[in-house]
Design a protein around this ligand. Structure first.
Ligand code: MN
Ligand code: MN
Length: 310
């Protein structure tokens, strides 16, 4: 079989990296020749996870068509979140838990979409379906991806399937205390003091075409929202400059307290009224808004904004 690459989205999070590694492992067991790669540097949380389980970081690639003809996507499907030359590649497989948008192929493919809290949960079920054993380190990483995407099962994106998979994966892995490990892991991704404004706004950013507008939505995890609000003015300058650079109309930064499951939103660009309508709330004089209970970009931010902007 000819070699394929498997990767998660640009600006990879823990699920994007781990799901690529897990799917590569599974597909190799099934006889495919697959290498997991990443579309960017790993964040601090993912580095913590790979260090903890003594695993290698995947190779970072900019393009794919220089080395393969076919690819597999995990944890995304929207082309603007994918590899830069996705239009020159044949997508043979997708495993994802996001909305499907602007996704077209010229040939049939395997497409597995489930509305779960994490791609690694879907993959856990795939390992079971094929009767393939999950090594302890991989189980620990997959558990970490579920903890990351669901904020330790507290995000409204969490399903019973995520909970079941997490509990089983923890058993297989060498994690002895799920709560303790989970908090330690989530905290590893919240050190914003040492980060530049640009790293904060773009460290977990995704772009969306909503109606006729190009919208960038960044998210940053913290354990104290004032770490972000105290530097809001500088962050807004960085958001404005990113909008200009990418001809984006609107930039939303969601700062999420991973311990309290609350968020603060900072908005730069137009139309700001769409954001106010989407959340049925006014922005304050600093273009900020409290979003109590909001932690999920894909379930609590993108859908109401899509409804208003379409
Ligand atoms: Mn992801
Ligand atoms: Mn995910």
């Amino acid at each position: 079989m000819t070699k394929e690459l498997v990767f998660g989205h640009k600006v990879p999070d823990t699920d994007a990296i781990v799901a690529a590694k897990a799917y590569a492992y599974l597909q190799n067991k099934k006889g495919y020749d697959v290498e997991a790669v990443a579309l960017g540097e790993m964040n601090d949380e993912t580095k913590f996870v790979l260090d903890y389980f003594n695993e290698k970081a995947p190779r970072i690639v900019e393009t794919g068509s220089n080395e393969v003809n076919q690819v597999m996507l995990v944890d995304h499907n929207e082309p603007q979140q994918s590899i830069s030359d996705i239009d020159k590649l044949e997508v043979t497989h997708v495993v994802d838990h996001h909305r499907i948008s602007n996704f077209d192929t010229s040939v049939p493919l395997f497409y597995l979409a489930k509305p779960y809290g994490c791609t690694s949960t879907i993959l856990y079920e795939e390992f079971n379906r094929f009767g393939i054993e999950i090594p302890a380190e991989l189980a620990g990483m997959m558990a970490s991806a579920i903890i990351s995407d669901t904020l330790l099962l507290k995000s409204p994106t969490t399903t019973k399937y995520d909970e079941d998979a997490l509990n089983e994966l923890v058993k297989i892995s060498k994690i002895d205390d799920l709560q303790e490990y989970g908090i330690q892991m989530l905290k590893a991704g919240t050190n914003v003091e040492s980060k530049s404004d640009s790293d904060i706004i773009l460290g977990d950013a995704k772009s969306f075409n909503l109606g006729s507008k190009k919208v960038t939505i960044g998210q940053v995890n913290v354990v104290d929202l004032t770490d972000i609000t105290k530097r809001a003015n500088d962050l807004k300058v960085a958001m404005k400059s990113d909008n200009d650079k990418n001809s984006s109309d609107l930039f939303l930064l969601i700062a999420t307290n991973v311990l309290d499951s609350d968020s603060k939103l900072i908005v730069v660009g137009e139309p700001k009224e769409s954001v106010e309508k989407a959340f049925n709330k006014s922005l304050d004089e600093n273009d900020m808004m409290d979003l109590p209970g909001v932690v999920s970009r894909k379930k609590q931010v993108v859908p109401p904004l899509t409804d208003i902007m379409n």
